[in-house]
Design a protein around this ligand. Sequence first.
Ligand SMILES: N[C@@H](CCC(=O)N[C@@H](CS)C(=O)NCC(=O)O)C(=O)O
Length: 217
Amino acid sequence: MSQLRLYDYVASANCYKVRLLLAQLKRPYERIPVDIFAGETLTDDYAAKNPMRTTPVLEDEDGRFLPESNAILLYLADSTPFLPSEAFERAQVVRWLIYEQTDVIPTMGGLRFRLLVGRLAASDDDAIRRKQGGEEVLRLLDDHLAQHEFFVGERYSVADVGIYGYVHVAGEAGIDMQPYENLRAWLERVQRQPGYMNDLEPYPPNAAPGAGRSLYD
Ligand SMILES: N[C@@H](CCC(=O)N[C@@H](CS)C(=O)NCC(=O)O)C(=O)O
């Protein structure tokens, strides 16, 4: 059995979601920094771990590689209080983690990255489209939280960890959070959970267009 390892990019909220859960589970792990803008995901060695060439990737104690942040959350949360054992509630967690990937990331997640590193200007059509999409997503999430303390089963789970990743930095995507009162209260509830930490770092200069080599260039 080897040690749990996380192939990790420090400025990625997809990676931060996993780091947050690992901290809350108090699971020791080795953090392996991957500089995605220095071309480190473009090597054959990295493709052998993850053919999609994305971060995060978890290497478990048996030496098996698992890409996809939300798959990693589900795997790590198995048999813990962070994942309901009842089938319907468990499926609801999966439902929110799918929504996070299909709707949260392409809107506010993609917009935040592109604005912060200068790959889009706020006035670009693509930025406006992503911002409008982000506001629709936040409205849907806020409406859900008008009736619920947490996304599933009235208790904190990996559904909350997954959605928190990019929603807590929606302001950096130029989105005004003021209208989303329930979401703002939920963000504070998440931040009060035992073991909560935030080690998401700013994008480094090599994330700017033309400054590095990555899947985005
Ligand atoms: N669906 C994937 C998306 C992961 C993803 O896009 N990761 C970005 C950082 S947030 C990345 O590693 N990109 C690799 C590259 O640009 O070379 C997940 O949730 O893990």
